[in-house]
Design a protein around this ligand. Structure first.
Ligand code: JB2
Length: 219
């Protein structure tokens, strides 16, 4: 059980950080600050959250800070992957492994009690994660997305706002399922795929492909 006093820091200070910040605050979490290379990032200019340093400094900070967990709060999947790797890097002398990443779930999301959420997952307002769905570490289930029963969403995948995954859909690691797209029940989407906004995916999609349109075709 996480101590009530534990605060989290956000790694990233742009638009995605704003939504993670608000979800954290709405769910009564304390957010101490953010890391971003841009001193004037919107987490500071719009939300007055304090900047703690550049992105490269986050892992070192966490290695020497006992009371803080973290959430990756950049939206770009390649940059998110780089942060995941930085957090898993060897611990500096005298430091310790970072605390486990914090899942941030907006209180207006609905997550089935039989679903499982990994570390560092973000679930936005209006999202539904239904029965026995599995959401792997650091995945994003963004505002209003629907992840139906028994879906399997991979590590660092992003189900964008309003996207709908039918039952038993599989989405691989580092895959982006774009805004408002639809994936039919049972379809398997591999790793590092891009599904374009508004696409309707009827068939399985292979690793690294980009698919667009209705019905979705490889581009
Ligand atoms: O290559 C990079 C880099 N790219 C962006 N290296 C480093 N060190 N930092 C980078 N950044 C930082 O991430 C920028 O300084 C910026 O503060 C932040 C990205 O902010 P932005 O608002 O552009 O995007 P985001 O990643 O927070 O959110 C994106 O993804 C969300 C899921 C946007 O497309 C949002 O609209 C979207 N909802």
């Amino acid at each position: 059980m996480r101590p009530a006093s534990e605060s989290i820091i956000l790694i990233g200070g742009g638009g995605h950080a704003l939504v993670v910040l608000e979800a954290a605050i709405e769910s009564k979490r304390s957010v101490r600050g953010f890391f971003d290379d841009d001193e004037h990032a919107v987490a500071w200019s719009r939300a007055q959250l304090g900047r703690l340093g550049g992105l490269d400094q986050a892992a070192r900070h966490l290695a020497f800070e006992d009371s803080e967990s973290f959430a990756i709060a950049v939206g770009g999947l390649e940059l998110r992957r780089r942060v995941i790797e930085a957090m898993a890097a060897p611990v500096p002398p005298g430091g310790h492994a970072p605390r486990a990443a914090a899942a941030v779930v907006h209180p207006r999301a609905w997550v089935s009690p039989s679903a499982t959420l990994g570390l560092g997952v973000y679930v936005g307002p209006g999202a539904i994660v239904h029965a026995h769905a599995r959401i792997a570490d650091h995945a994003i289930i963004n505002s209003g997305a629907i992840v139906e029963h028994e879906c399997d969403i991979g590590e660092n995948a992003h189900i964008a706002p309003g996207a709908v995954m039918g039952g038993n859909v599989q989405v691989g690691a580092d895959t982006l399922v774009g805004i408002g797209s639809r994936v039919l029940p049972g379809v398997k989407i591999a790793r590092r795929v891009r599904v374009g906004a508004g696409a309707t995916v009827l068939r399985d999609v292979g690793e690294g492909a980009t698919v667009v349109g209705v019905p979705a075709r490889v581009r």
